[in-house]
Design a binder for this molecule. Structure first.
Ligand code: TXA
Ligand code: MG
Length: 332
């Protein structure tokens, strides 16, 4: 097996030398796996078709699914996209660094492979000082989707994808666990309105503080965000979903055969081996652990899993978006 180049560091606790190592890989058009506050990314120079093609190959990603471009500052963003066309930009700036991706018209510097031929680009300033610093020092805008084989759950720890992607990249940065554990919110702004193309770590309520109107968009058949039409976040084993009550009933009959992925409260009622998502009133705990739990199911000796569902409100809308795509509804 090919050797994996690993750099153990952190988003806040890092050395100048480490920034130099990372920026050198970026400047040479290399591929790197890196931490962000949402999920891990697999990135390369957004200006280079050759480098970006390697991202699609490593992930097995469909070529019509554009990548998000990560930059260190508003100044860099405006070099690569028409930020001046986004009316609410001064307010949106306050949400960065953070889990927000804004679709805007691209400038020529971004290569066609990164945007899958679109004339728009999704821009984001991630909340990881180390990565922003490396982008700044190298001068390289970083095109990066989530670091996972396409269709599989995103990685929230470097260890999740070390075996699959490690040998295919030039550097794996093993930083801390991703705080949110789910991806950024992707929005398309139009004047004082915006459409949420992919729900994520920022909620509709967060965006309503800025926009007059915020809609969920991207209808079936004609998704505005190409990625949302592909299967996503799925573990290899079958995963059912249901509410607490139905899970308790189901486990009475399927004890020992099925791994419950549930809240702490449900796990306490069940009193059997479970993967615990977190407390039911702490959605951040649940999103933080979600993909790790899905990955643990595949590693477990159980035939299949069953995951607890939540009401579609606030931040749980984004969590449920991932759960619904990763699982099938339990019909009884
Ligand atoms: O939190 C995140 O967003 C992570 C980290 C690494 O930043 N990245 C991530 O990238 O989740 P990815 O490629 O897994 O998801 C990007 C989504 C896809 O659904 C893609 O179709 C959409 O953003 N997207 C990217 N550029 C777009 C564009 N120009 N127009 C519409 N949708 C776009
Ligand atoms: Mg992804």
């Amino acid at each position: 097996m090919q050797e994996i180049r690993l750099l153990k560091t952190g988003c806040s606790n890092y050395s100048r030398k480490e920034v130099e190592i990372i920026s050198e890989v970026m400047k040479q058009g290399g591929l790197l796996v890196f931490p962000t506050e949402t999920v891990y990314g697999i990135g390369a120079d957004a200006r280079s078709d050759v480098s970006c093609r390697r991202i699609y190959e490593a992930k097995g990603r469909e070529s019509d699914n554009p990548l998000i471009v990560h930059v260190d500052s508003m100044e860099t963003m405006s070099r690569f996209a028409h930020t001046e066309e986004v009316e609410m930009m001064p307010e949106l700036e306050k949400l960065w660094p953070g889990p927000l991706t804004v679709i805007m018209r691209k400038k020529d510097g971004i290569c066609n492979t990164a945007t899958a031929g679109l004339n728009t680009v999704g821009m984001r300033i991630p909340d990881c000082n180390l990565i922003r610093e490396a982008i700044k020092v190298s001068g390289v805008p970083l095109a990066a989707p989530s670091a996972n084989i396409s269709g599989r759950p995103s990685a929230t720890r470097a260890s999740h994808i070390l075996k699959e992607l490690g040998p295919l990249v030039d550097l794996v940065i093993d930083g801390e666990e991703a705080t949110y554990g789910i991806e950024s919110t992707v929005i398309l702004p139009e004047g004082r309105k915006c459409t949420i193309l992919r729900p994520g770590a920022y909620t509709r309520e967060d965006l309503l503080k800025i926009f007059d109107q915020v809609e969920f968009g991207g209808s079936e058949g004609r998704p505005l965000s190409p990625g949302t039409k592909y299967s996503h976040y799925t573990p290899e084993k079958t995963l059912y979903r249901s509410d607490r009550e139905a899970i308790i009933k189901y486990m009475e009959k399927n004890h020992g055969k099925v791994l419950p992925i549930v809240t702490k409260e449900t796990a306490d009622i069940l009193g059997i081996e479970c993967m615990v998502l977190g407390h039911s009133d702490k959605p951040m705990e649940i999103s933080h652990n979600l993909y790790h739990c899905l990955r643990q199911l595949d590693k477990s000796p159980y035939d299949h899993g069953i995951i607890e569902t939540f009401p579609h409100i606030g931040y749980f809308i984004s969590i449920m978006n991932r759960i619904e795509r990763a699982s099938v509804k339990l019909e009884e």
